[in-house]
Unconditional design. Structure first.
Length: 320
């Protein structure tokens, strides 16, 4: 009996080397499979070569963590300039509550309601709810001042999670399906919002508990401020207004990260942040050129808020 136990132990130790190598290869295959299925550039790649390169690079890896550089390199091979990789510790940090930038508001020269839609980069749903609630609270207060026009500032919005931004701007939008993306097969998938719920491609994606605020002055002129810093989800927010009759974009071309990212959690808690489509507006215009950005209706040379306001006032006077 003792000899049989010893033999079993030796066999287990021998097979453990194989199971470890297999688990590493399976982990890499898991990540590559997600890229191959969902990447916006999947039809441009030689996947056999990409798999061979990745497998060769992890042959000496003894842990899943040691494969991370190879996965990052595979993401770079997709050439979408937007995909990313997050280690488990970073994913856990994204889920914690933190002091995100708060929306700012003011009444400019006593007649322009000014509010910022700042970036928010975490997965914590309580923070999302608080973020939306703050925008609604400030917008409702400004609405009571009976402003002649609205100024929504996206100049410092360099991206993050689009869902809370999309929910926050609902009081200003005139239609439900105003922004979305187009996948590699050419299918257009729009976001929509109804009853505190965000839908993506017709499927429920997130529920906000915030009660939507209704603004009496939402039909008045709205000016969306953009800068070169405006990017990613900030650009999705800007495009949500493109084509709305009472809206004009004011400022500079945005950064040009106009692609949609989706998060895919791997078996060890790491995450692929993968570009799965290109931004489209309500008229199905696709924004697919990296770095091109969104061109505003009214260009501003300087960077100061007052210079933006000056251009807005010149536009409004010309419209009278």
């Amino acid at each position: 009996m003792k000899k049989m136990i010893a033999l079993s132990l030796l066999l287990f130790v021998s097979l453990d080397g194989y199971s470890q190598a297999d688990s590493i290869k399976n982990y890499v295959a898991e990540a590559l499979g997600v890229m191959k299925q969902y990447s916006v550039n999947k039809h441009r790649l030689d996947w056999d070569k990409l798999y061979r390169t990745a497998y060769d690079s992890v042959k000496k890896c003894k842990t899943l963590r040691e494969t991370y550089p190879s996965l990052v390199q595979a993401l770079h091979s997709l050439e979408d300039s937007h995909s990313n990789f997050a280690v488990p510790e970073m994913v856990a940090q994204y889920s914690q509550r933190y002091d995100f930038p708060k929306a700012k508001d003011s009444l400019i020269v006593g007649k322009y309601a000014y509010i910022t839609i700042p970036p928010i980069g975490n997965f914590n749903k309580e923070d999302w709810k608080k973020y939306v609630g703050l925008v609604y609270e400030k917008a409702a207060r400004l609405d009571k001042a009976n402003p002649e026009a609205w100024i929504i500032d996206l100049r410092d919005n360099d991206g993050g999670m689009f869902h809370p931004m999309y929910a926050a701007i609902q009081p200003f939008l005139d239609k439900k399906k105003v922004v979305g993306d187009i996948d590699p097969q050419g299918k257009t998938r729009y976001f929509s919002y109804s009853g505190g719920k965000v839908f993506y491609d017709g499927k429920l994606d997130h529920v906000f508990e915030n009660r939507l605020v209704k603004l009496k002055t939402a039909s008045r002129p709205i000016f969306i401020l953009t800068s070169k810093k405006t990017s990613s989800s900030g650009e999705f927010t800007a495009v949500s207004f493109v084509g709305q009759k009472n809206v004009r974009l004011v400022g500079k071309n945005t950064q040009g990260l106009t692609s949609a990212n989706t998060e895919y959690k791997l078996s060890d808690g790491a995450m692929l942040i993968l570009t799965v489509g290109n931004l489209v507006d309500r008229n199905k215009k696709e924004y697919k050129v990296i770095g091109e950005g969104i061109t505003p209706d009214i260009l501003v040379k300087g960077n100061e808020l007052q210079e933006y306001v000056n251009e807005i006032e010149t536009y409004l006077k010309a419209k009278k």
